[in-house]
Design a protein around this ligand. Sequence first.
Ligand code: KG4
Ligand code: ZN
Length: 369
Amino acid sequence: MLTLGIETSCDDTAAAVVLNGNQVLSSVVQNQDDLHSPFGGIVPEMASRRHLEVMDSVVRRAMEASTASLEEIGLISVTAGPGLVGSLLVGLSYAKGLSYATGLPLVPVDHIQAHMMTLDLAGGTPLPGVFLVSSGGHTTLYHLDTGGDPIVLGTTLDDAAGEALDKAAKMLGLGYPGGPAIESAAAGGDPSALKLPRPLSGKDTLDFSFSGLKTSLFTWLRREGYFDQTLAGRRLPLSIADLAASYQQAVVDSLIERCLMALRHTGASNLVIVGGVARNALLREQAAAKAVEAGVEVHIPPPQLCTDNAAMIAALGYRQRERAMVDPLEINVYSTKALRSEFKAPTWKAAGISASRSAKKSAKKSGGN
Ligand code: KG4
Ligand code: ZN
């Protein structure tokens, strides 16, 4: 069966055609980096307006690249949340219109859950396992049982890892999105040049925190007169490469430490890292190296499937095709709330290690692993 996926939850307009939930025939992603770059972050109203302008052409390009005709499509899958409501509404309204006009079933899917199932498109999603979703809006550790039902092990108490990278890039004048900007600026830099904190390191929790890290960089830059116009032109004692490398290392260390703790405490032997930050080469390399030491397997999707795309939306829609709505016009978007009652992510928040044990207990009670 061919599934047409549509994704507009944030600042990427994406459409894809996927065969049998695992073979990408086409995947078109039109980003809005040019639009938001001057602001160092996403301007929601501008994002939804741009989605509206390009939605139809993105879908047409995905259909053309797949060489399939609309008559051959069997299912439409669309992101219903979480995300920016205005942006989500553009994709959902387009999908509803297409479904209404063609009679095709429409299935609404959860963006975070779609990230977690990305490996369906690259050899299969290993279950059970610990899943780290690290993106611009989320940094959350889940345990997924053999059926794929997620339980939250820990989440960020403040900024997401991607957000922390985006904000640091903004401070350093490196542009948006900050993750790739920091990564390329860090090339050749010394990751130990600036001593930065690893918030919550060594603490008995599977939660994350990145705001202290961001503040440390800000405080250091301010102390060195970086924001003082009268000192403009004064050289910093460390290069931008050293600062970017030190900051990137601190983010990567924090993510990996928590993943290893989660693996130890759940006894899982698979670690899956998804979301935009999983594109980061240092994270990919160091997670793989640490996993070998810990005797577990790390699975990270190919870089182009880590950032937002509609192929993952089509893949999850195919998995959940029995949920296709009889009346697609009844579907609505949601900004933070989970769509599926069994998708416990935003409602069940773990308070650390003890919570991971209670997660195990509740999984046992409900018959899971
Ligand atoms: O998953 P995603 O495309 O969108 C959200 O759902 O948020 O993730 C976007 C985030 C941004 O914060 C971006 O800076 C970060 O992923 N990112 C990276 C890299 N590429 C994108 N972070 C680190 N290294 C990268 N190469
Ligand atoms: Zn995402």
